[in-house]
Design a protein. Sequence first.
Length: 742
Amino acid sequence: MQSTPSPTSTPLRQACRLALLAQAMLACIPAGAKPPQATPSPPAAAAAVAELDTVVVRHDARRDDTASRTVVTRAELLAFGDGSLAEAMKRLPGVSIGTGAPGSSGAISLRGMGSGYTQLLVDGQAVAPGFDLGALSPEMIERIEILRTTTADLRSAAIAGTINIVLARQARRDSDELKLALGVSNGRHLPSLHWSHSRRDEYRSHSLETSLTRREYLVEETGSEIARDRDGVSAAQRDTRLRVDGYRDALAIAPRFDLTLRNGDTLALQSWLDAGHARKYADIGWTTSLGPQLDHVRYRQFTGTDVVQLRTDLHWSHEFAQAGKLSSKLGLSGNRERSRFREQGYAIDANQNLDDVTDGRLRVHGLSSSGKYALPLSGPDASDSGRHALELGWETGLERRRESRLQHLRAIAGQPETISDLSFDATLRRLALYAQDEWTLSPGWSLYLGARWERIDTRSEGNRFATVRNDASVLSPVLQSLWKLSKTRNDQVRLGLSRSYRAPELRSLIPRPYTSTNNRALNPDQQGNPDLRPELATGLDLAYEKYWDQGAMLSLGVYLREIDGLIRTETRLIDDRWVALPANGGRARTWGVELESKLSLARWFAALPVDLRFNLTRNWSQVDDVPGPHNRIDSQPRLTAALAADYVVNPVWTVGASYSHRSGGPVRTGVHEIESESPRRELDAYASMKLAKRSKLRLSLSNLLEQDLVSGAEYFDEEGWQGTQRRRPTSLLLRAQIEIAL
C-alpha cells in the first residue's frame, strides 16, 4: 500500500512551507565567504600548532548546534549508581518510563508519548521490537542524545522525538576498571559485575565493555472486577490475586577497535552482544462472588526465554585533500530467541481444564548500509557569518524475520486436542536518501535545512493467513533556526518545523491472533491489521534558552504536533471472542510546555557546592474521533517532572537525591474504552565515598516512597459496563557498588 503526505491547508503546514521557501531563497544569496584555500600538509600543520600555546576548545552541542539536541554525559548517567539504563533515564529531561510487565522495564516516552511515538536508537540504528532497556547498564554508554525535532540524518519515525543511545566510543587513555554491585529489593537479589578495558597508541586503540547481571524479582498484585447491565444493576463481581516470581541473567559485551591509516583514513569496528536467560513463574487466581464463574478460576504459567542479539558495524571515513569528507558504515545484525510457555488452568471444582504447551522460535538477520558526504561550502578562513556545510547521505537495510509458534492444547476435561502452527516469514526493506545544509548567516543567526525521503516495504507470509504486503513512503522536510540575541550569546531562541511519521510495527500488521485466557472485553485476544498505514505528523518547536557561567542554564519551550491517520486499537466481539484490532482513525493533535533548568548554588554561596537540575513537561492532546472528555493520545500523562541535586560534601564524600513525578488519571482510548493510572512518584538517593586513590564505594536507595501502583480499565456499550482495578505494591531497592581502577 502506498502512503504519501496529503496536501492540507492548515496554518501550521502553510507556515512550514513558507519557511522552507524562505530558506531556498536565502540559499541564492552569496555567503560572502572567502574562496576555499588548500589545506596545509600534515607536517606544516603540525609545525604551526607547535608554535602556539595549548588551547582547549569545548564544544557544547546543546548550546551551539543549530539542530537542537540535549546531550547527557556518561558521568551524569553513572552518578546514582543505577543497575540498568532504564533506572538512570527516568531522570533525563522530558523522559518518563511507564509501568512494565513483571520483570520488564516500562515503555520509554518523550512528552508522555510512547508506543512508537518516541524513537529509540542505539548508535543511530533502530532497536528491535520489544527491546528492554534493562539489557544495558549505564557503564556501557558513552552519552545519550535527546532530539525533540527531527534531523535528516536520522530516521523520521519520531513524532514525539528521538532518544539516541551512543555506546562506549574510542578509548581516550589506557585504563582498566572493575565494578562489583549487589542490590536487594523485596527479598530478591540483583548482583552485577562490570569490567571496562581500553588501550590506545598513536594510530590505534581498542576498548571492551563487559557487563554480567542477574535481576531477580517478585511481583504481587491484587485486583477487582465489577460488571453492570444496561439498567445499572450489578451483574458480576470478582476479586483476583497475582504472584510473579522470576529472574533474568544477562551478559552484554561491547568491543570496539579503531585504526588510523597512513593516508589519514579511519576505520572503526563496533560490536554489541547481548545474551539473556529468563524464567518467570506466575500464579493467578479469581474468586467470583456475583455472576457467572470464569472458565479458569486459577491458572499457573511458566515462561522461559533465551535470547542472543548481535550487531556489528564497520565504519570508514576518508577526508579529501581539497574539500569534503566521506563516511560510511556497513552493519550486520542477528537475533535468535527461543521461548517456552506452559499454562495449566483449573475450574471451580479444582479439576484441571486447560493444558497449554506453546513453543516459539525467532530468527532475525539484518544487513544495513549508510553513509554521507560532507562538503564545506565555505573556506577554512570563513568568518562566523560565512560558514556553510552541506551533507548528502543514504541509508538502506534488509531484514529477514522468521518466527514459528506451535501451540498445543492437550485433550483435557472433555475438550478436544488442538494443534495450531502459527509460523510466518517476513522481509523488511528500507531505503532513505537525505540532504541537510547548515549555514551560519551571521554571528547571531544560523539555519539548518534538511529533507529525508524514506521507503519501507514489508512482505509477510504465513501458513494461517494470506500474503501480506505493506508499502509506504514518506518525505520529511525539516527546518531549524538558532538566533543568538545578545553579544555575549548567552540568550538565544530556537525554532523547528518538521515532518515525521510513525510506522506500524510488524506485529500490528500480521493478522495472526494471540489468544487470551478467560477471554472477555477486558482481556481480549490481540490481532494485527495488514491494511495499517503510517501516521503522519507536522510539528512546530519553539524555545528560549539562557546560559550563565558554571554550566547554569534555563530553557523554556513549547511544541505542537498535528497527526493524520492516527492508529487506534478498538475491542470487538468476533465469532464469540473479544478481539483487539488496530486501525487508522482520524486526526489528533498534541501540544505542551517544556521547562528545563540547571544551576549551581556555589554561584551565590561559595560554601554550598550543590548542583541542581530540574525539568517539567505539561502536555495536552485531543483525538478527534474519540468522544471526550479525557480523549488524550496514547494514555499521555498531563505532567511529568524531575528534580535532582548533587552535593560535594568534601573531597571524599558526595551525596545526591532525585524526585520524579508522573501524573495519572483516566484516558479515553477508544469509543468504548477507558484506561486509568495513579500518579507515580519516586524518590532516590545516593552517597559516594572515595576509599583510596583508585577505588570508590557508592551506596544508593531507589523508590524510597514505596508507592503502590494502581491501574484500571473500563469497557462500556449499550449492553452495560465492565471495570477492573489492580494494585501493585512496590519495594525499596538498596544497592551497594564498589568501583576499582586497576
